[in-house]
Structure formats: C-alpha cells, structure tokens
Design a protein. Structure first.
Length: 201
C-alpha cells in the first residue's frame, strides 16, 4: 500500500467514525436506537425503513427521506431546491478553501453560491449517498461520494482538464421546521487535492 492509498484509507476510517456524533451505530444498514433514547431496562430496538412510520424521526421516514433527497439534488445542481431545503438562518461549519469556517455562507442563496463555486471544479460532479441517512432526533448523518470530471480551474493543480475525480465526505444536518438549519461538513479535501496534483508549496 503506497502513502496516498494509506492516507485515503485513514481518511475513510475517520469519516466512517464521524457518524458516532449522530448518536447512532449502524451494522449492515440497520440503525440502532442510541442509548440515551432507550430506558435503562429496555434493550435498544433496531429500526429499519420498513418499520418506520411516516413522519417519524426514525431512519427511513418519509419526512427525512424527502429532505435528504432535496439536499442531494441541491448539491447535484438543482438550485431551485434551495428555498425549500435550506433555512434562511442556516449555520454552516465547514473548512473552506479560502481559510474560512463556513460562517460567511448565509441562507439559501449563500448555499447556492457555495455549491456553484464547488461545482466549477467539475461541472458534472455527482453526489451519491453511500451510508445513511442515519437519523437521531433532529440530526441526520450521511456519508457521500462525489464523482466528476476536473474542469482545469484550480490554481496550482497540475492535473489536466478531463481528469476523473472522486472524493468522499460526511454531512451532519440539524433539522428545524423541515429545513436544514445547521450543517457540519467533513470532506476528504486532501484526497481531492492529491488527485488534482496540487503541490504543497
């Protein structure tokens, strides 16, 4: 295993481990109720999408599934979804390439501007959910993979335009009134920059 593969493997393990912040554990696609939501004398009960009632906060509920679908479509370039999916008061916690912390992203239009900038790197960028969504109360966690074709727009990148790119990340969403009110992002930016051959100097 070379150094790049080892780094990517470590990043993947860390991203999967980040799901612990959602308060749920997954085994084979089944989400277990977190210990804090079960009584002391009742063992945690497994919940699947088939068992979850419509409108519940259990994994696979129609309400959360619809929101996740809209969130994914927004990141895949359907900007008309922003008003319905993103709260006007959304708070973003994400390491930005310009060194910011995401606090400058405000409201649905701010989210659209950020996504548009992200997609400029690869206009055909397509996000797919790999794990989740995992739901715990008003929090939703999911692991995604993004794949596309580099457009040649990143300063300092030696990779030629047309280079296939693929990177992963974890989203943690806090839901309020049926919209994303707070967003934490953990993405494998190192893996992406390695594929784009961006030098450290």
């Amino acid at each position: 295993m070379n150094a790049n593969t080892a780094r990517r493997s470590t990043k993947i393990r860390l991203a999967v481990g980040a799901f612990a912040v959602a308060g749920a554990a997954t085994v084979g696609g089944i989400a277990a109720v977190s210990p804090s939501s079960a009584s002391a004398d009742t063992p945690p009960a497994a919940t699947t999408a088939q068992d979850a009632p419509v409108g519940s906060t259990a994994p696979g509920s129609a309400e959360h599934a619809g929101l996740v679908d809209g969130w994914l479509e927004l990141w895949n370039g359907d900007y008309a979804r922003a008003e319905g999916v993103v709260s006007p008061d959304v708070r973003v916690h994400a390491p930005m390439l310009d060194g910011g912390d995401g606090s400058a992203v405000r409201g649905p239009q701010g989210m659209v501007d950020w996504i548009t900038q992200t997609r400029a790197t690869a206009p055909d960028l397509h996000f797919t959910v790999e794990v989740g969504p995992i739901v715990d109360g008003d929090r939703i966690a999911l692991r995604w993979i993004a794949e596309g074709t580099y457009a040649g727009t990143v300063p300092g990148a030696a990779a030629p335009a047309g280079t296939p790119i693929s990177f992963t990340g974890t989203d943690l969403l806090r839901i309020e009134d049926g919209q994303v009110a707070e967003y934490w992002l953990n993405a494998d930016t190192l893996g992406l920059l390695t594929q784009l051959q961006v030098s450290a100097s």
